[in-house]
Structure formats: C-alpha cells, structure tokens
Design a binder for this molecule. Sequence first.
Ligand code: G1P
Length: 297
Amino acid sequence: MIKKAILPVAGLGTRFLPASKSIPKEMVTVVDRPAIEYVVREAVEAGIEQIILVTHSSKAAIENYFDRNFELETTLEQKKKFGLLSEIKDIVPAHVSIVSVRQPQPLGLGHAVLCAKSIVGQDDFAVLLPDVLVKAASNQHDLAQMIQRYQQSQAAQIMVEAVPDHLVDQYGIVEVAQIPDEGESELMQGIIEKPAVGTAPSNLSVVGRYILPAKIMQLLEQTPKGAGNEIQLTDAIAMLQQTDPVEAYRMSGQTFDCGSKLGYLKAVLHYGIEHPKLGRDFQKLIHAVEVKNWSMS
Ligand code: G1P
C-alpha cells in the first residue's frame, strides 16, 4: 500500500515574486486556505497517511500551518468560536502525520526527493509537486486511481496530461506507443525533461504526481546533473524504465499551475466558484464584473 507522500516545498518560488518574497509560495491563499492545503488534501483523499515535506529554512510557515496552535485554539475556545476552532484543528485528520526534512542546497527536484530517503525507507511512495493543484473530475480521483493501478501492475505511475506543442519545453514529456484514454495507463517507452519544441516524443506532459518504488532512491543517488544543471527526477525515472515497467497515467481531472500567476488566478476563480459557502456570492460577483456593475449591495 502507498501510505507515504513526498512534497518538495524547498523551491524559492521565483516565478511567483514579489508575492513569494517573504512568504512561501505554497502559503499563498487560494480562496480561504493556502495552496499547499489542497495538495495535502488530495494526498489524504487518496489514502496517504504520512506527508513528508522537503523544505527550506525560510519556509517554517508551512510546518506551522499544519501544526497545532495552542494559543489560538485557547482564544477561540474562550470566545466560543467553535466552528473556527474545529476548522483550524482539523486541517489534517488525526491519522495523518506531517514530518519534514531539509533540502540544504537547491540541487533540483531529484535531489529534493532523495533528501527524504531515510524517512521513506523500504516503502514505495507518492510524490506530489505543490505548484500544481489537481481537481478531480466528479468522483474519479486521479491520484487514488494511480495508486490502485500501481497495486495491480507494480509499474511506477507518472501522471500526464496533453499540452499544446509549443509548451513542451516547460515540462517532462513521455514517450508512449499509444496515447492512453483519460483515466488509463500505458507502458512508457521514454521520458525526457524539457525537450526543445519540435523534438518532443509526444505532447503528454508530466503533471507532477508520481507513484514510485523505493528503489528509485538508489537511482537518484547515481543520477548526474541534467537539464538546468539540476538533478532531475525525470532522469532517474528514465533509468528505472530501463529495468522496470513504468506507466504514464493520463489524468481525467483538471490542473491549475499555481506556480504561474495566470494559473493561480484560474485556480482562485475555479475554487472560489465551487466553494461551499462563498461560491454563490462569488458567482454573482463575477457576473457583476462582467456587466461592469460594481454596486454589489
Ligand atoms: C518539474 C518536473 C517536470 C514536470 C513539472 C510539472 O519541473 O521536473 O518534469 O513536468 O515539474 O510542473 P519544474 O516545473 O519544477 O521545472
């Protein structure tokens, strides 16, 4: 069973400056909670019980968010604000633990994953990149599907989605004999990090959700620096694929790249409209903006 998930959160978020100058980019708010909470929830809904944050000294706000805050809890209790109290106490269910380890140098995503080696031990694990929010299509949770598929096939699973051809140089891109349907996996024949436009083996991009065997850690230890002069997870997966089956899982949900400003705004719109308490009024607000009528009272 896949019970552990690595979330690499040490990145400095240069794509999100100036917002990320003094707060972690993962703590930027999407509607009423930080972006990282959506990613942690996605993992928990897929059955993950231990979240491993690979973090940086400037990012203690993330660990604090998932910790209890005794002073705040006591104040809310005294003021009888029980609704808010349960919201801040129940950010993750009691059976889920959050641990953290530091990435001492910014040597790339592969290196970040390797920093969690001793916590992962002999267990197979998931990796979720926190810039990307994944929204399930109806009841079908892509990460849960990938875990199920991993258990059946024992093939590592790499979540992919189609991107326009001119954007392939921003992603890991996979090679498959046949493009899988949404919600299906297909044996991967290759994977390459950020190929130049016109040279990519497909337009299926790596979304940032992976189910990997424990042995990938040994491969990461041998992975030389690759694209961007960084140790790339993609390169270790390419090595794994020489000896073990690796499958590309084509997602059926929707992605929001909160690492980019426009992607972030799309996420705010989307999650705002779907918010159980704010959604209706937010929709009215959008409508009012559309008809250029700001008088909302
Ligand atoms: C990382 C991965 C890349 C993947 C992307 C998804 O790149 O290395 O394979 O497609 O995340 O967001 P980064 O965006 O960190 O450069």
